[in-house]
Design a protein around this ligand. Structure first.
Ligand SMILES: [Mn+2]
Length: 321
């Protein structure tokens, strides 16, 4: 079982990813995936017929391996929607939490099973590990059962926009220091981006959990709205500096679409939300139009439509006056 593989794998975390034998890790991970693919899921898959078809789907912050993950809603989403390309934008599996407390119900296997099945049916799946599943970053460039692992990606929309796709924890250190950053500019920005890595490597060596931006935003920063707004600005600015038209990220568990300006160009910021609270997905239609779906609303709409389709009691005949 995949969670077991992870708990074991993360168990030897005294060593850095580089020090461990990557090919042995890859073999163990592939064996765990093959095991999941070979079993029937505990929640049977609905027929792929009649699924909504999108050009692209982005989801992130699923946090498999935690009680917070809304696995059944995600199973419903995966059984209702298909796409040519699917991006898994990080924090799909919560390795940090699995290491502390093992939690892996059968529905979490079912989700991995569905992703593997989807890749086999021909969906291009790109997995960009986040900070909670950073143990997969060591496999960047490899292909797992048809799922490509990347550190970041560029996505070209049907109408010709180029979007940078990344998880978004890359900006945590910038956010930590955003109060003084406003006064010192670019050099400090790049320095801090480099520091972030060392901060989290040190925290890991001390067995501290990864510093969580979303938790900080929710619990420690008085003005969370301002904090999230600033994060969106920082990410959009990085996209502007890369010369792309926009960015898709996750990480802060807040689905959003905003437009920014950078060097007199429009930069679009998209966040695909999470499957812990919001249960959101970002989708691209065939013409390049993009939309954030809030899946609980979609389920409610479907159920209301289903009710309307049910045969009603025959109308009472009223005699003509
Ligand atoms: Mn994250």
């Amino acid at each position: 079982m995949f969670g077991g593989y992870l708990a074991g794998e993360i168990g030897n975390s005294g060593l850095s990813a580089n020090e461990r034998d990557m090919s042995a890790d890859k073999g163990a991970a592939l064996a765990a995936l093959a095991d999941i693919a070979a079993r029937a899921p505990s929640v049977p898959e609905r027929s792929p017929q009649g699924r909504r078809k999108y050009r692209t789907v982005w989801i992130s912050d699923v946090h498999l391996g935690t009680k917070g993950c809304n696995a059944n809603l995600l199973i419903d989403f995966l059984d209702s929607v298909d796409s040519e390309t699917m991006y898994l934008v990080g924090d799909i599996i919560d390795g940090w939490r699995l290491k502390k407390k093992f939690y892996w119900p059968s529905e979490h296997n079912d989700i991995v099973w569905r992703l593997l099945k989807r890749a086999r049916r021909g969906t291009r799946i790109v997995y960009i590990p986040g900070n909670h599943d950073e143990m997969f970053r060591q496999f960047t460039g490899l292909n797992f059962g048809g799922i490509e692992i990347r550190r970041a990606a560029f996505h070209d929309t049907a109408d010709g926009r180029r979007l940078m796709v990344l998880h978004g924890d890359e900006f945590d250190a910038v956010m930590l220091s955003h109060r003084w950053l406003a006064f010192v500019g670019d050099a400090a920005y790049h320095l801090v981006m480099g520091l972030n890595r060392w901060v989290n490597l040190t925290r890991r060596a001390l067995d501290l959990p990864y510093w969580s931006l979303s938790k900080m935003a929710k619990h420690k920063v008085k003005n969370a709205v301002e904090f999230i707004g600033k994060y969106e600005e920082v990410v959009a600015r990085a996209a502007g500096e890369r010369g792309v038209d926009g960015v898709v990220c996750g990480h802060i568990h807040t689905a959003e679409h905003r437009m920014f300006e950078h060097d007199n160009r429009h930069i679009e910021y998209w966040n695909d939300g999470d499957w812990v609270e919001g249960c959101n997905a970002l989708v691209e239609h065939a013409d390049g139009r993009m939309e954030i779906l809030h899946w609980p609303d979609e389920v409610a709409r479907r159920e209301a439509a289903h009710e309307a389709d049910q045969p009603k009691a025959p109308p009472v005949m009223v005699e003509a006056a």
